[in-house]
Structures are given as C-alpha cells and as structure tokens.
Ligand binder design. Structure first.
Ligand code: AHR
Length: 841
C-alpha cells in the first residue's frame, strides 16, 4: 500500500513538473482575451490576487494596477493576511475556483469561487488533503502543494516587476468586468474622499440658499420603536478602569503577561501593587479563595494599590472597601488607608481578616476627608508577619442608581442622557474573542466576584468580568433600555490567531476561522439556551432563573433579542455553527429574535454571502458594520432606500465616520453621521436598530479612535458625535412622515448636501423635524407641516449643533428665530448645522 502511494505521489509530482514546463501559446479570437492571474511578494506577501490582460499574449496591461480582487483573509489583523501562489480553475459550469496558500508555514489552502472573477464568496480554509472534499481540480496527495499543479508562467510587468502566475483565455466581457470593477472602486474612493473642509473650492460662489421642506401625513408609516441604542464594548478600558466603578486595579492579582501578548514584562500578578520599603510582595496560588481566581498576594508589610494612575476621591464621599485576607501569625486586624501623593492619610478604617489557613472576607467603609485625584489605597499591617490578600476592592457608594458593584455614576449618566432604547454588549471582538479559548462565556461572568473567571481581553488588557452579565442586564434596566447580548457563533474573531487548546485532530482549523468541534458545540448551544432561561425563566422551576433571583433579580429581565456572531467570515465553518445555534434557539424559544451578522463591511464577500444566508434562513435581523470616511456617508444617503421590505431587518450595530488622516470625532464627522441618520430614520421600517461604535475610550488607554465618549478618572469629554446621538435618542418617533426637500439652488452638489427627516412621537403627538444643512452657507428653511388649524398654538423647540468643522468639543444650542405661521415653520439654519425642531401641539 505504502509503495503504491509512493508511486502515485511520484506520478503526480512528475505531472505537476511537466505542466509547469509548458509554455503559453496565444490563441485569442476577436471576442476573447487572455488574463494573467498572479500575486507579488511585496509587503511580505500582504498582497492579493491581481490580473493583467492581453489580446495577443505579448503586450500585457495591468489591471488596477495591482488591484486586489481577492485579499488573504487568514491570520491575525493586517500584515498576517497574506497570499502565496494563487491558482485559478474554471469549472464546467462556468464558475471560477481559486485556491492560494494563506501562509508559507501551514500546509493549508484558502478556497473561494466566483461567477465573474469580481464577486468572490468568503474564503474557506482546508488542509491540502481536505481540499479534495471541495474541488477535484487540484487532486493531489496530501503533502503536495496543490497551488503548484497548474502551469505557471513568468511575466515582467511595469508595476509588479517579474512575477509568476497563470494564463487563462476568457471572453472579452470578463476583462471588461474586471476593468469596470476597478473603475467602480476608483469612483467610490473619489466620492469617499469628499471632505467638508474642502468646500471653499467646491462651493466658491455659493450664496445662502432657501429650502422648502414638505412634510405630509399621507403615507405616514410605522417605524422601529427602538431605533437608537448604544453598543458597549470593553475596549479602551471601557469596563475595568471605566464604567465599572471599581477603583482598585488588578484587584484579583490575576493580571498575566498573556493579557498583553507578552509585550510588557511588568504586566503580571503584582501589576499596580507595591509594598512599603523593607517589605516584600510575592504571589502564591496554594489554597486560593477560589480555583477560578488562583493568585493572591503574600506580604509582610504594607501593601499599596495605585489604581489606574491614581484613585479619585471626593471629600465627604463614602467608599466601600472589601478584601479577602488571612494570616497565620500576625494580628487579624489590618488598617486600611487612603493616602494622598505625599502620604497623608485622607481616609482610614480597619478590617478583621481570617486566621491560619482560613480566608475571611472583610468589608468596611472609608469616608474621604479631602479631595484627591491621585490617591492610593494602603493595607497597613504591623510587624513583619506574613499576610495573604486577594480580591481587594474599593467602590464609591455613589454609583449609578446606587448599585453595589455598580457603574461609575458620571459615565452611566451620560449614557442615560442619550435615552438609548437598547444596549448591545459585551462587545464586538470581545464577544467572539481571540481564539476559541478567549470567547466571552457569559456563565463565567455571573455569581460571586471571587468565583468568576477573569479573561484576557482581545484589546490587550485584563477583564475581571466584575462587570458581567448580571451587571449588564441590570444596567440596561437602569437605563430603561432593552438588553441585546451578543454571543459568538461557535467561531472566534476572524482576525484572531490563537489556537484552541482543546483541538483534536480532524477538528476544524485552528484559531481564527476554525470553529468549535461537535462536542464543544453541544455545550455551547446549551449555554445559549441557558442564557435565555437565566434572563427570562421562572426561579421556581429553572435552575438558571434561580441563580438570577438569588443574585437579587427575581423578576425576569425580559430578554427579547439576542445576537449570534459578530463580523464573522461567512465561511462554511461559520454557517454550520450559526445554523445549529439559531435552530436550537428558535426550536425552544420561537419568539426570541435573533440578530445575525454580515461581516465587517458594507459590501464585499461577507456582506453578500451573509445577506444571502440570512435571507435563506429567514433570520429576523442582521448586524451590519461599517467604519467609513465622512464622504462615504455623504454619498450613500440612499443606502437603505433600496433594501427589501418584509423580510430580514437591519441592525446597524457599528458605524462611525472616520478620517483616514487623523482619527478624531469632530463637527465634520458628527454632521456627516447626523446627515446619514436622517436617512436611516427615513428607512426605520427596515432598519430596526442603530448604534455608534466604539462608545467609550479612556484617555491614555485608548485602543481605537475615534470614539463617542472620552474620559479619564475624573472627567468626561463628550464629542460632537455624542451630541448627535443624544439629539436622535431624545427625539425619537414611532412613525415616519414622508418628507421632501426643494432647494433654491438646483445644482446637484447643493441639493445632495441636505437631509431631512420627520417623525411623530405617538406618545405625545409631537412632530419632530430633523434637518442636516451640510452646506457652507446659511439656509432659510420653510417647513410645511401637516398640522391642523386647531394646532396653530403649537410650541416649537429648536436645538442646533454647529461649529468649526475641525472643532472636537461643541454642544447644541437653542436656535432662535424659529416661527410657526399657517402650518409653515420658518427658521434660518446656520451653515454646517444639524437642527432638531420639536413641534408640540
Ligand atoms: O468597535 C471596535 C471593533 O470594531 C469591534 O470590536 C468589532 O466588532 C469591529 O471590528
């Protein structure tokens, strides 16, 4: 058998060598041409599938040049997404298949198909042997690199230099399709690069304009009653060190170098902790307070925590202190102090810890005698006996709604001010994690704090999960918002790298696109079902619901919608696992609405396949994401006008206008978002929910820009984008009134810079008109309103957001001079402004 295999392998290799040696003989006809498919080794193979074309096989024209019709999607973010030796094959049914090696180390191939060389389906990844299951074009022994089986040719091209690739004869229309695609992308890029700050040139001679906005009650349509919400992700220290009000950093002594991918040698169990001179601090794990929290501090002197660059305390405020401690020979009473930078004591108490081997939880209260932004917490022990401490916690009593283990009041309050209708949590990438071992598992985040399972954060820090599922659901309730938990679809982040430690041979590929195996899926699906039970079940009959009740919430949380998946590669691995979870949820809880995912972009293979798949499965809602330049939002005001009604709805779960040069949240980006949201609101019969991303970033710890709310330990910066969200959240409606715009200047450049949307708040009867004037000139508007003669005494409030385009800190002001007469509301909108009129009848 072995010998036969060797002979067959030998023949295969000889055949491969023979076909490689063939030379290309041109045979094009009038309506056909040649294409040359290749990649380069530039940027360490962080490249793509490129084409050149020729009619005679001699003179070649690069397409793009170097326009990537496929990009490697395997491996970690950025440069790890590579491509080697792409090989194309046209099947008898006319479909093109492409394989390439995404890595020069692993013996795997990426596989994808297309009808036209332009629209490719998301990649699947196979070992050399597994490829046979998908395509018989590259039949080979498992050890032979299948990408080398078809004949290769060398060409010297002007941009790419001398490259190796394959020549195929195609109808000329195929070449035309490739050229059209490049032209389309180029045109899009041009539109996307449109900036308001370039308007001086674009609108050189523009005079102030007059605009008539016609609003009619005819055709009034019901729209989503939960349009604007928030997306909370633990990114940029949004949770620990942020919204979660804990003041002690690394309270569990579980920081691990892995949290930061081993970049900072100091990032370990004693991070943020010191001892006073002469004392020692060690970390041990023998007989811990809980197996999920194995490390604790061993000290023989005063132990000090510096918080996140200091602890903020305010005079007269009370702080809950708690810790677990034990000492074999020392005094059980230990002192607790808050000290200022000079060592002065600004709050003090004492706690009694356990004796001998026995851990004891001790709690008390500290009252600050002075304001301080850089305080430290000291656990003072006398003598030099040994002490063990763990789970050292300090919380302000004034948390949001005075919850124990609660949220920072000022940060939660600015969320409440937005009147969000829902909160998506615990993240995008955080939810599906950096490899299967890092998936966010909700069961690890509930119950006693010392028994929760901390995890590393894909954004490279530590999650105590003190802000866990119970706290998230409670926050939603406190905000008056619906909970929208997002769970991974049995696959990790498509940009992650880490192998699943449980992997057995034959399991799907490691890391990233590799999903859970069947056994893991069974447990995982049960976890998803248990979540619904935990949130909504009856404590008398359900184990999980009883846990909720025991934690303090006997009433159901009223979970109606869950997300499955985040920006996943819509590969077969994903589709299989999503289907299993989705079917199980729908079988047991048919009323539960499920939000699926369609990848990270507003177009492309994941978007197209994600939508096809969602429609096929009749998924309730899909989650779209796009972070685009301001010009994209300006030029896609009709994006949802064409969406099919009556089927799967949209949750625009992550979006923001991003400048490629400097990632700031400015008046310019905010106005483009407001402009776009007017159009989203018009389409709120198909767009069910929308949330900006990311929400929070701590200054000095920011992992992503721009964000909606920046903060440090004591202050908050609300961006212009925040005010746009707040204006929409505070001025929501439940029905949409058809709105049209007529401008005195009819030139296309002018008309397309205006957006308006009118909704009715059916609870108050108020009519709300929102207008984005993205022109560099004032705009006199006359808004024809469908109000009755009896409503002529209506009151108007008008708020406007405007300012220097580059300004990053402006707040809305009242727009004066708005008058309502004979059903017509007249006002002067400032240049570059977003205005909300509320007409209360
Ligand atoms: O919002 C930041 C990240 O952007 C999210 O975690 C992820 O879903 C997206 O890529």
């Amino acid at each position: 058998m072995k010998i036969l295999r060797k002979i067959l392998l030998g023949i295969t290799i000889m055949y491969a060598a023979a076909i490689q040696a063939q030379t290309f003989v041109p045979q094009a006809t009038a309506d056909s041409a040649y294409i040359f498919s290749y990649t380069t080794d530039k940027n360490n193979h962080h490249t793509g599938l490129y084409f050149a074309w020729s009619t005679d096989g001699t003179i070649w024209h690069e397409i793009g040049p170097e326009h990537a019709f496929i990009s490697g999607d395997y491996g970690n973010w950025g440069p790890e997404k590579r491509m080697f030796t792409p090989s194309l094959h046209k099947r008898a049914d006319g479909v093109w298949e492409c394989i390439f090696r995404p890595s020069d180390k692993e013996e795997i191939v990426a596989y994808t198909t297309t009808p036209d060389l332009v629209h490719w389906i998301p990649q699947d990844y196979f070992s050399f042997a597994e490829l046979k299951k998908r395509s018989n074009a590259w039949h080979t022994e498992s050890k032979t690199d299948p990408t080398l089986l078809f004949p290769k040719q060398k060409l010297t091209l002007s941009t790419s230099g001398t490259v190796t690739g394959e020549v195929h004869r195609v109808p000329f229309a195929t070449v035309q399709g490739l050229l059209n695609e490049v032209a389309r992308v180029r045109h899009n890029n041009e539109m996307n690069s449109e900036r308001l700050i370039d308007d001086a040139r674009r609108f050189k001679d523009l005079k102030p304009v007059k605009t008539t906005i016609n609003v009619t009650a005819e055709g009034e349509k019901a729209i989503s009653n939960r349009l604007l919400g928030i997306f909370f992700e633990d990114i940029s220290y949004a949770a620990d060190g942020g919204l979660y009000a804990e003041l002690v950093q690394n309270r569990d002594f579980e920081y691990h170098p892995r949290d930061q991918r081993y970049r900072d040698p100091k990032w370990k169990s004693d991070y943020a902790w010191t001892v006073e001179e002469g004392a020692t601090l060690a970390i041990d794990s023998i007989n811990p307070i809980h197996k999920n929290n194995p490390h604790y501090a061993v000290v023989n002197g005063t132990l000090i925590n510096s918080g996140w660059d200091g602890i903020v305390v305010r005079k007269g405020e009370k702080y809950d202190i708690s810790l677990w401690g034990r000492t074999a020979k020392g005094r059980q009473e230990v002192g607790i102090q808050l000290r200022d930078e000079k060592g002065n004591i600004i709050a003090e108490t004492s706690l009694t810890i356990g004796k001998g081997d026995k851990w004891r939880k001790a709690s008390g209260v500290l009252t600050a005698k002075a304001d301080n932004d850089k305080a430290q917490l000291a656990i003072v022990v006398e003598g030099n006996e040994t002490y063990h401490f763990d789970m050292v916690s300090l919380f302000p009593q004034k948390t949001f709604k005075n919850r124990k283990n609660g949220m920072r009041n000022d940060l939660a309050k600015v969320l409440a001010d937005m009147k969000p209708r829902f909160v998506r949590f615990p993240g995008g990438c955080v939810a599906h994690g950096d490899g299967l071992d890092n998936l966010y598992r909700w069961k690890n985040t509930i119950g006693p704090l010392e028994a929760r399972v901390p995890n590393w954060n894909i954004w490279r820090y530590h999650q105590t999960v003190g802000l866990g599922y119970y706290e998230y659901f409670q926050l939603c309730e406190d905000l008056g918002a619906e909970p929208l938990p997002v769970l991974a679809a049995g696959v990790p982040c498509q940009n992650s790298c880490c192998p699943n430690s449980n992997r057995k041979s034959g399991d799907p590929l490691l890391g990233q696109q590799g999903g859970m195996n069947d056994e893991e899926m069974q447990t995982y699906i049960q976890d998803v079902l248990d979540l619904i039970e935990w949130a909504n079940g009856d404590p008398k009959t359900s184990h999980w619901a009883k846990m909720r009740a025991d934690a303090g919430h006997p009433k159901p949380f009223g979970l109606e919608t869950i997300g499955i998946g985040n920006e996943d590669l819509i590969s077969k691995v994903f589709e299989e696992r999503f289907t299993k979870i989705y079917d199980a949820v729908k079988a047991r809880y048919p009323e539960m609405q499920v939000v699926g995912t369609v990848g990270p972009f507003w177009e492309g293979s994941d978007y197209e396949e994600g939508w096809r798949f969602a429609k096929e499965k009749n998924v309730d809602i899909v989650d779209e994401h796009y972070y685009c330049p301001p010009g994209w939002f300006l030029n896609h005001s009709d994006f949802y006008d064409h969406y099919q009604r009556g089927g799967t709805k949209v949750y625009l779960g992550e979006y923001s206008a991003q400048l490629s040069t400097h990632r700031v949240n400015s008046i310019e980006t905010a106005l483009c978002e407001a402009f776009y949201l007017c159009n989203v609101e018009r389409n709120a019969d198909v767009v069910e929910m929308v949330s900006y991303a990311p929400l929070f970033a701590k200054r000095g710890y920011t992992r992503w820009n721009p964000d909606m709310i920046y903060f440090d330990n004591s202050s908050i910066t609300l961006t212009p984008g925040y005010h746009v969200q707040k204006l929409f959240g505070n001025n929501a409606g439940q029905s949409y009134l058809p709105t049209t715009i007529q401008v005195s200047d009819l030139s296309h450049n002018v008309t397309r810079r205006l957006a308006a949307s009118c909704v009715r708040d059916t609870s108050t009867g108020d009519i709300i008109v929102k207008v984005a004037n993205l022109l560099p000139v004032d705009n006199e508007v006359a808004i024809n309103l469908p109000i009755t003669a009896a409503s002529q005494s209506a009151t108007i409030t008008a708020e406007t957001l405007t300012g220097e385009l580059e300004s990053q800190q402006v707040t809305p002001t009242t727009l004066s001079g708005a008058v309502l007469k004979n059903n017509i509301l007249k006002a002067k909108l400032p240049a570059y402004s977003f205005t909300v009129f509320r007409i209360s009848q």
